[in-house]
Write a new protein. Structure first.
Ligand SMILES: Nc1nc2c(c(=O)[nH]1)N[C@H]1C(S)=C(S)[C@@H](COP(=O)(O)O)O[C@H]1N2
Ligand SMILES: [Mo]
Length: 332
């Protein structure tokens, strides 16, 4: 097991050899050089990687390359990775305020250690997992997913984690379990906006069982080769790349298996605007704005073009089957 202490003060034990950001960048750069034929065989060694690591200035500047580390189809994209700085300073985490800049400013008070996640409800093996137990449950891998917010912005992030299905298999859901509910931390002492009336706390999300079992549904512990920073949902969050960002609950403390569709935080706040499914769908507009295009964070500027939003955020080949025959205007 590797204890990783970064300059930003995160020190969870991470068994999966989560690499330092520098090494991570070096690996990316090496892949890029190899792809362009510029890297000699000598660079392929550890020393070469270390040398490259010294020279790569910032994360996110490098092209994302095919042949990433994930074994899961659809978990790698060719798109440019969003700058770490942008991905961690433009966030939605209402427990720490409603401005995009609030979580980065305020989430320092979140206490992520010790942490445990209770798995309960309709399962044969209900139990509580410490974070350390969760980290050890399955090998982690890096997955480069787009995350698209319902508000019309998106990012491309190298997440670290494993498929939620690995945990689900361990706890053995009963046949009666049809949905999975994610309950997140709601501690008014460490989360300044818990208690505000903007949402009902705790923040709750939910998935249908087959959605939760889909290999793309990632239980995530890290990003950019490091443990998650607090504002991104430390120490454990979901990442559902084919759904609007709000389906990806942050700082999860409970996973409950039920036979009823969970009432989710945003659905409770505005049922006509945020349905249970919330699949990214350019053809179904939010009642107050279009979902046809999106703005990529970090690409701002006078001439930055909005991108076309893709059906299921570009993951249609992987997840389309889950919704075959459903009226997606009704089940939005
Ligand atoms: N606990 C919790 N999880 C949450 C939210 C929140 O307010 N509280 N916001 C959601 C929304 S609306 C989005 S778009 C994503 C944003 O994730 P990011 O800040 O890592 O980009 O987190 C989701 N998960
Ligand atoms: Mo969002």
């Amino acid at each position: 097991m590797l204890i990783k202490t970064s300059s930003r003060g995160f020190d969870h034990p991470v068994p999966s050899e989560i690499t330092s950001r520098e090494t991570y960048q070096g690996r990316r750069e090496l892949l890029r050089l190899m792809a362009t034929g510029a890297a000699g065989a000598a660079l392929a060694g550890w020393a070469g990687r270390q040398a490259l690591a010294q020279t790569v200035p910032k994360p996110g500047k490098l092209a994302t390359l095919a042949g990433g580390k994930s074994a899961v189809a659809g978990a790698v994209t060719m798109e440019k990775i969003t700058d770490y700085k942008d991905a961690t300073s433009y966030n939605n985490f209402y427990e720490f305020g409603t401005d995009k800049s609030d979580p980065a400013k305020n989430a320092g008070t979140l206490v992520t250690k010790p942490w445990s996640v209770a798995v309960e409800g309709l399962v044969k093996q209900p139990r509580s997992y410490t974070l350390e137990e969760l980290l050890k449950l399955s090998p982690q891998e890096e997955r480069i997913y787009r995350l698209r917010c319902v508000e019309g912005w998106s990012m491309v992030i190298p997440w670290v984690g494993y498929s939620l299905s690995e945990l689900i298999k361990k706890v053995e859901p009963l046949g009666s379990a049809k949905f999975v509910e994610f309950i997140t931390q709601a501690d008014p002492k460490t989360m300044p906006f818990v208690g505000s009336r903007v949402l009902e706390w705790p923040y709750v999300e939910g998935l249908r069982m087959d959605e939760a079992m889909h290999p793309l549904a990632l239980l995530s512990f890290g990003m950019y080769g490091e443990v998650l920073p607090n504002q991104s949902g430390a120490p454990v969050r979901m990442v559902l790349p084919w759904k609007y960002g709000f389906k990806s609950g942050k700082s999860i403390v409970k996973i409950r298996f039920t036979d009823k569709e969970p009432r989710t935080a945003w659905n409770k706040a505005a049922a006509s605007e945020y349905g249970f499914y919330s699949n990214v769908n350019p053809q179904v507009d939010h009642p107050r704005w279009s979902q046809a295009t999106e703005r990529r964070i970090g690409e701002d500027g006078l001439f930055a073009k909005r991108r076309k939003t893709l059906m299921f955020n570009g993951y249609e080949a992987q997840v389309g089957q889950l919704y075959a025959g459903m009226d997606l205007k009704k089940f939005f």
